[in-house]
Design a protein around this ligand. Structure first.
Ligand code: PFF
Length: 491
């Protein structure tokens, strides 16, 4: 059995593809706006601590789980304990749902890149409300992902990542340097971004930083299990994890250097008319930054194009990984050809993304008081993602046990070094507990926003847990006793 037949050709290819999954809208958009919303530099420090303390440990677990199985997440969890193969179903369902709303946002970024020379300022609301246009750009974005995933892991995902990731990094570096050279206001922006004020740090801020770290690193969503399954024994778990975390964090930090000086420069020029603390969610990327670019004349148009091209790349390499998670399972369990699996799943994703896009544009399509995009995002990220990340840690830290897990890694020639004792302790006690805290506090905030009960919050939470129950049921009814395939089953 040629286990590497469908895998990455090189360690670098794997690291770049995994970094491609990790680096996405979460870094370029989520990180700066959350930094703004949750208090600046103190948030950044907590974020870095979360990446180091809980993100890296969980990532090692996920890559390890995938790699030892050389198979999809269902088979991978089944190999650890057949009673818990349903963890894998969850790890496939979550990315499936994320892909449906992520593609809509990807479509937005394509439109903003394409429209840079006409000027994007003030166009967001009208664009988002135009269902046809949103659907068109979502389709263009998904087509890009189809093109890459159809070409396979080695010939598509790895090749694309090797070109796109360096390009993204260069574009980001260029944007950050440009932003730092704007002059007036830059110092104020840097101060906000870099000078910590720990008085601003409370439970909400810490929780937000932990959640952001997990989302940004693509953890708790099957992606690292799947990409891990395509690696061979030669790749160092610790080094690869270190590089992926470093790359992801560097991109997030650089995004801050690109955004804050430009915002505060704009503020200095525009005066009191503009308050950077007012931008939340999509406002920063699709309203505020276009205004900043517009104020810079023709140079601003060029920078806008390059900036949004970079965001498209980041979003594309992320959605590719989301699509791959679901495709891998369909290929292996149902013996579909890759082309057929990609075509079918992309079509389903596109069909779901249409109402999501229309709802996000302000149409009266709502679930539990939320537009569908926010609903999908909340169900997957606030409620389900920590559950799935928790399972990954529990599978390694408790079902296998740290001794057995580390023993197995070392038998495979892994050199864990100083990371060994840290990992053994963290994976059993600290990391699962912290993830559990993210889950409990996240759900609490959803059901009791500002201390008051919310029926909608409860509805969202129950929908998410309902989905989890359906996943488990499907597993026990259909997958537990049957063969769920491995990478070797892909023709
Ligand atoms: N990590 C991506 C981001 O920061 O935008 C989002 C993501 C991609 C999450 C792929 C999960 C995933 F499997």
């Amino acid at each position: 059995m040629d286990k590497k037949k469908n895998g990455f050709a090189s360690g670098l290819g794997f690291v770049l593809a995994a970094a491609g999954s990790a680096v996405g809208l979460g870094n370029l958009w989520g990180f700066p706006y959350k930094t703004q919303e949750y208090g600046g530099a103190a948030f950044v420090l907590v974020y870095i601590a979360c990446v180091l303390l809980i993100g890296a440990v969980t990532m090692v677990c996920e890559i390890f789980i995938g790699r030892r199985a050389q198979a999809n997440p269902v088979t991978a969890f089944k190999n650890i304990n057949p009673k818990f193969g349903w963890f894998g179903v969850l790890a496939i369902l979550i990315p499936g749902f994320i892909a449906c709303y992520y593609s809509v946002l990807g479509g937005y970024t394509v439109r903003f890149a394409a429209n840079s020379f006409n000027g994007n300022a003030g166009t967001m609301d009208e664009f988002a409300a135009n269902g046809w246009l949103v659907t068109l750009f979502t389709a263009i974005f998904i087509a890009g992902a189809i093109f890459v995933v159809m070409a396979g892991v080695k010939g598509g995902i790895e090749k694309a990542s090797k070109v796109l990731m360096p390009a993204l990094f260069i574009l980001l570096l260029g944007t950050a340097i440009f932003s730092l050279c704007l002059g007036e206001g830059v110092a104020e922006g840097l101060e906000f971004y870099l000078k910590p004020d720990f008085k601003k740090l409370g439970g909400t801020e810490i929780l937000a930083a932990m959640g952001q770290a997990f989302y940004s690193l693509s953890l708790g969503m099957g992606a690292m299990i799947v990409y891990g399954s395509y690696t061979g024994k030669k790749i160092s778990l610790v080094k690869s994890t270190g590089m992926i975390c470093l790359f992801d964090t560097m991109v997030a930090l650089l995004a801050g250097f690109a955004v804050f000086p430009a915002l505060y420069h704009y503020k200095a020029v525009e005066g009191a008319a503009f308050d950077p603390s007012e931008m939340k969610g999509s406002t920063l990327m699709f309203k505020t930054l276009p205004m900043v670019f517009e104020s810079l004349g023709i140079v601003g148009k060029i920078v806008s194009f390059l900036f949004f091209a970079m965001v498209v790349i980041a979003a594309l390499t992320s959605v590719i990984s989301l699509l791959e998670v679901v495709c891998q399972f369909v290929i292996q369990k149902f013996r579909f050809s890759r082309k057929k699996a990609v075509a079918l799943l992309a079509l389903i994703c596109f069909a779901i993304s249409i109402p999501v896009g229309i709802s996000a544009g302000g149409a009266d399509v709502k679930l539990f008081g939320m537009d569908l995009l926010t609903f999908f995002d909340t169900v997957t990220n606030t409620v389900l993602m920590p559950v799935c990340a928790f399972f990954s840690c529990i599978a390694v830290g408790w079902m296998m046990g740290p001794k057995k897990a580390v023993g197995e890694m070392e038998r495979d020639g892994q050199k864990l070094g100083f990371f060994r004792p840290i990992f053994m302790f963290m994976v059993k006690y600290v990391t699962p507990l912290l993830i559990l805290a993210i889950e409990i506090l996240g759900v609490y905030e959803l059901v009791f926003p500002e201390g008051k009960f919310s029926g909608n919050g409860l509805g969202i939470t129950l929908s998410a847990y309902g989905l989890l129950a359906v996943g488990a049921l499907v597993y026990f009814l259909f997958f537990k006793k049957s063969d769920t395939g491995t990478n070797a089953d892909e023709k």
